[in-house]
Design a protein around this ligand. Sequence first.
Ligand code: GTP
Ligand code: MG
Length: 337
Amino acid sequence: MNGYGQDGAGPTESGSPGYGSTDKLGEQLAERRVLFMGPPGSGKTSILSVVFEDTVAYDTLGMMPTQQQAAYQMVAGITIYDFPGIDYYSETQYNPPNPAIYEGDYTSLVFVIDSQGDFQNSLATLFSVIRTAQAVNPQLPINIFINKVDSLSEELKQDVHQDMQQQVWKTMRYENLNSAYVQFFLTTIFHDDIREALSRVVQRLVPNHSSLETILNSFCSKSSLDKVFLFDVTTKIYLAMDSSPTDPQIFRFAFETLKAMDDVSQLCIEYLPPSDDGMMSQKVTFDLEGSIRVFVYQVNSYLSLLCVGSTQVIRQKSLLEFNGSKVAKAIRQILPS
Ligand SMILES: Nc1nc2c(ncn2[C@@H]2O[C@H](COP(=O)(O)OP(=O)(O)OP(=O)(O)O)[C@@H](O)[C@H]2O)c(=O)[nH]1
Ligand SMILES: [Mg+2]
């Protein structure tokens, strides 16, 4: 089931399908969940509405503070929860959630920090969250999104990144906290890299992820492709990819291709006849510097394989379709819908 985005229903206020932990309102949280937390105004809701609701980044400018936790459901049974801002120093706003929400092998934390805001305040809030979270789940992945980097120069971005990393690691060492599962991302709602950051967070929660990766590795080598992604077509978040090293340019190309497919699908997509399993494949003819092409194979109504390869490889349509249909069938069997 892909709850989100297809019916344009928007996020649901708090609770969603029901297994996993119970939050402070007594609602059941989804077993596979990402918790979006951070100081007020750091950009949590903006990020989620850009990715899940296709909101134009500029339209988030007048966004109201989140008063109540909201849930965004995506493919593979993953739910993303957007929490109200937590301000460690403000008595009125600091309202820590029930520690039980951090439990579970399929829970991940995204902590959003405003790169132009008060770092000391953000770090105090971050550590108050980490202390509580690691007391119940020492292996909880902690993804720190250093957000709003759009107005920073390249040099300043790197400085902010390094400064934040050093401060976090130093305090974690000092407080004897586990830093093995901490990752940093530079993010902005004005760039598609935000989807890449979210993809990296979500991948860890995807059921049978290692099997998916093995299937994509084999598809890649058998079809002589450079890169294969399994995309959620609605959010344009990838759930898995082959394990070859990834060129950031290829990511951008993949995102741009999916976006362009939405925009001008009638003009540039050639629909191939349905294969023996009844699925429609689509061939897209976008070039990157004239030598790289993309082939998109639909797995089902919300997942697509996006294959990147040289012009010569992508021209071998029958081989790609044959392998693509086998891979799509395997994915449908191992990924619950
Ligand atoms: N320049 C810039 N502004 C951003 C970015 N992300 C969010 N904003 C702005 O930051 C403001 C606050 O964003 P929200 O998404 O409401 O922040 P929040 O973290 O959800 O805030 P609370 O719900 O109060 O906790 C809005 O005016 C957004 O337009 C970004 O990447 N760059
Ligand atoms: Mg919010």
